[in-house]
Design a protein around this ligand. Structure first.
Ligand code: AOF
Ligand code: ZN
Length: 380
């Protein structure tokens, strides 16, 4: 762990309990959207007397579970919460009132809630009732955990992460050679964390089901973007109903769709898809804005764009390139594959005009929340 500056009034043991709150909160990883993940620990005389986390939207908040467990021991205790306790009647009553009624002596808050209906009013209410409040313990960790929630609350737009594969010599790889190499491990954890995953139709040929294999994972909405509606109907994604699938096609694709009827016993591709429970939406223009509008309409707070197959999908009009150009990407995740692509590589060159590219480079290094690299497990 890095050095964390002690926020005003913090005690030496606070950071440790706050990290415990974060671990508890993450038990609901991927399950709380549109709500944040929140954990709470109640400590009395050096002993943990109550613990809780927010399991999903509509269910009680973290503080409520922890207070229930603590019972009368909460009196005079310290409550640690990774997010500022709420002060409003939402789907559940205000946590500030629950903490005040339980007569806790001190509250330690990881981060202020950016939600305008809370935004420091929770802290003010607690202080006004005579409770000692410390704010900002392990703040960075708390913010990173809820980066998607923070972004969505502040901008009204979904948090976008884009992933692509890169060789050691900086080439963009079309795929991992063996798509299955990414099942389980990092990729599976990514799928668990996002409300939606966007792939190009080229990815369908890798025959992944795009489901997280994490225990109890809430599966993402699987979104396939296509310009042609010439799709491999037998691919896994169209034949697993463990998560919904949405195909977003360009209006131009209607021509392919009608032509395909000849080859598909009189049925068009959209008919075949709908028979398999796949939703098909034809967009006037398949571009990043219209795709993200659909994501917002569906209430997705976080979306993961997988740029696998980016090169063969055509760099000049691929959604992932547009997302970068339009500065819609908040986070890049780069799979660094232990191989040299040599002269077969696709350069990380998006054909963006130099002036714009320079601005984008600065933007990416300054504003993109985290750039993570990882080595795919089992790569061969
Ligand atoms: C907390 N503890 O565990 C969570 C909080 O609709 P509701 O009633 O669930 O309220 C949702 C809002 O409450 C959410 O947008 C955020 O501001 C806050 N979430 N607050 O004190 C919790 N999940
Ligand atoms: Zn609450």
């Amino acid at each position: 762990h890095g050095i964390t500056s002690l926020s005003e009034g913090a005690m030496p043991e606070d950071a440790q309990y706050m990290r415990m709150c974060i671990s508890l909160a993450k038990k609901a990883l991927g399950c709380t959207s549109p709500n944040p993940m929140v954990g709470c620990v109640i400590v009395k005389d050096g002993h943990i007397v109550g613990q809780g986390f927010h399991p999903k939207a509509g269910e009680p908040h973290a503080e409520v579970f922890a207070l229930r467990e603590a019972g009368t021991k909460a009196e005079g205790a310290t409550a640690y919460v990774s997010l500022e306790p709420c002060n409003h009647y939402g789907r559940t009553p205000p946590c500030t009132q629950a903490l005040i009624q339980a007569r806790v002596g001190r509250v330690v808050v990881g981060m202020v809630d950016p939600n305008p209906i809370v935004a420091s009013k929770g802290v003010a209410t607690l202080r006004n009732s005579g409770i000692d409040v410390t704010v900002g313990v392990e703040e960075k960790l708390c913010q990173t955990m809820n980066e998607a929630y923070i972004h969505r609350i502040l901008t009204g737009k979904p948090f976008i992460t884009m992933r692509f594969s890169m060789s050691l010599d900086g080439g963009m790889l079309d795929d991992l050679g063996d798509g299955a190499a990414e099942e389980g491990g990092y990729y599976s954890k990514m799928l668990q964390q996002y409300d939606g995953v966007i792939v190009s139709d080229q990815t369908l040929y890798d025959n992944l089901n795009l489901l997280s294999s994490e225990a109890g994972a809430k599966q993402p909405l699987r979104i396939v973007v296509t310009r042609t509606l010439v799709l491999p109907i037998d691919s896994l994604i169209f034949n697993t109903d463990l998560a919904p699938t949405l195909v977003l096609a360009d209006e131009k694709a209607i021509v392919d769709n009608l032509q395909s009827a000849g080859k598909l016993n009189g049925q068009t591709m959209d008919m075949l898809l709908r028979q398999r429970g796949v939703e098909v939406v034809i967009l006037k223009k398949l571009e990043i804005d219209s795709v993200l509008d659909i994501c917002s309409q569906r209430g997705l707070c976080s979306v993961f764009i997988d740029s696998r197959g980016l090169a063969s999908a055509g760099l000049e009009n691929f959604i992932g390139k547009q997302a970068l150009e339009e500065e819609a990407v908040q986070k890049l995740v780069i799979a660094i594959c232990p191989m040299i692509s040599g002269n077969k590589r696709t350069e990380l060159n998006f054909d963006i005009p130099p002036a714009k590219l320079n601005r984008l480079r600065t933007k990416l290094s300054k504003d993109v929340a985290v750039v993570e690299g990882y080595f795919p497990r089992d790569f061969n």
